[in-house]
Design a protein around this ligand. Sequence first.
Ligand SMILES: [Zn+2]
Ligand SMILES: [Zn+2]
Length: 169
Amino acid sequence: MTSFVKFEFTNSKFKQVLIPINKFEANQDDWYIGLMIKNRIETSNKNETITIKIHQNRLAALSVIYSMIYNKLVILKGADISLIKCISQEWSIPETIITEIDVKIQSQELIFICIICGVGYKKSENTKTSCQTHRDKQTVMTVNGPYFQCCGNKIDKPCCIGYHYSGSV
Ligand SMILES: [Zn+2]
Ligand SMILES: [Zn+2]
């Protein structure tokens, strides 16, 4: 007979999730929920369902629980990634998964469009040489190709170098 861990989500109308207890057997000693289950197993009857009340956001908390079961980052549809990170830190889940969360957050960063050069960029990657363009977009055609009127250079030698700017700070 399989026994279960019953997670009760106190702030959600979808209150309960049952997960077989054997899913929590491997490598579960180091995190908050794993330790809690272990302690409960020691103090309860073998085939009793263990109930754990969770007060955090349901989708984010469940994402962390499944990430621990499968030992890789699992993000349930609609779960907020920054909330997943907060709960993960609160529950002391392994650094390897926290790193996966950080990579995910980084990749979801907003893209801004530079009003100077028209290129899309991330604010975290914007440096003082990111934006490279010509002051004047007009070119003069010659036998060697187009030259920019502003500086007399070709397109690969921009005369305007600085930070991308989207109009907001
Ligand atoms: Zn120029
Ligand atoms: Zn730019």
